[in-house]
Structures are given as structure tokens and as C-alpha cells.
Design a protein around this ligand. Sequence first.
Ligand code: ATP
Length: 208
Amino acid sequence: MPDWQVELRVRQLAVRRGELQRQYDFTVASGELLVLMGPSGSGKSSLLECLGGFLPADQGSIWLSEQRLDSLTPEQRPVSSLFQQYNLFEHVDVATNLRLGFTRGSPTPLQWQKVEAACEQLGVAGLEQRLPAELSGGQRQRIALIRTVLREQPILLLDEPFSALDEHSRYLAGDWIGECLKQTGQLALLVTHQPLDAERWADQTLKI
Ligand SMILES: Nc1ncnc2c1ncn2[C@@H]1O[C@H](COP(=O)(O)OP(=O)(O)OP(=O)(O)O)[C@@H](O)[C@H]1O
């Protein structure tokens, strides 16, 4: 995995969804986790969709170091996203889902070692041959999280990645994300409804 030293800068970014319009200004450095909190419908997912390129901004700019991102298509953006649903390919097994996460189509042996280590660490080892439909909600969520984080992209957008996890798994998953960020220099925006998640893992918290 490359060691990124980058900075995400969001400047006067106006995101509209129906009647709701909000403006955002923040900076996230390499290795940092920004936790987004706020009541249901406040616009957290919309902000992530805008950063991912799925929802156009009314105005403002998004920068990754010197590269301007807001005019790029979703495929061109250096972003890996975990949304609240539809994160796995249903017709192929877990191993294939994990392999497809890598931009070149298949992981190197070292990359695959990291996948296996992450599956062990998050308590989802041994599920490689199953189809997503044969997993529990929490198992699906952890597999999708591993796939999202280990894709080699500097920006991670994680929309409620722990919503189906029990307290123990949540703790393991949050610690694992923090370790990955520190090791690789990736940065993450993470949506949660649990104040404890912010207390444990956030470098910054944005309430919207
Ligand atoms: N596809 C859409 N078209 C129109 N309005 C939408 C769409 N998706 C969401 N909205 C509305 O936009 C507002 C912001 O929604 P958003 O999903 O960003 O909120 P959120 O903070 O992520 O909510 P939650 O915590 O419930 O996931 C809400 O009022 C919602 O009803």
C-alpha cells in the first residue's frame, strides 16, 4: 500500500438535497478520521455522496492536496466508499468480492495477506467460499468494510460502517480502521449515530 501524505480540503461546498442545503468547510489530513454526526435527515449521507461524485455540488471546491476533485467523475476520484447498502456483488463468493476491491482486478500476494489478516482481526475468517446471501448482516458489513479500506485509495467514505455490529465487533473494527489510517496515510470520513465512536476514534468531529 502506498504511504500517502495528502490533505483533503473542502471549501464552501454547498450540498443540496431537495429543500435542504448545507455548506461545508473542513480539512482532513493524512491518517486522520473525521466523524460526522447529526440527526437522521441532516445531510450526512448527502455530503459523502457529494464527495464521492454521485451528487453534484451547487458551489465550492474539493481538493486532495493540489488536485481538484469536484469536476471528476466518481470513477476518476481517489475515493473508496462504503454506503449503507449494496456494497457486495451478490452473485459471487466472498473471496471474489474481496479480490474485486483491488483496482488492478486482483491483489498481489502481499495485498491478499492483508485481506486475510484483516478477516482474522475482525472475526470473519473462513467465510471466503460463501455467497453474500449466506452471511449475517454483521458479517456482510465487516467484509464490505475490509474491501473498502484495503482498496488503495487515499480517501475513505464510510457511511455507518458499524450499524450491524455488536459492541465487541464494533470495537475491533474501529481499532482496525484507525490502525490502517495510521499505517497508510489514508484519511476517512465516518458517519455514526454513536457518540462513543467519536470519543474513541475521531481526530475531528463534525456535527451537522
Ligand atoms: N435521493 C433523494 N432525493 C431527494 N431527497 C433525498 C434523497 N435522499 C435523501 N433525501 C433527503 O435529503 C435529506 C438528507 O438526507 P441524508 O440521507 O443525507 O441524511 P442523513 O443525515 O444521512 O440521514 P440518516 O442519518 O437517516 O442516514 C433528507 O431530508 C432526505 O429525506
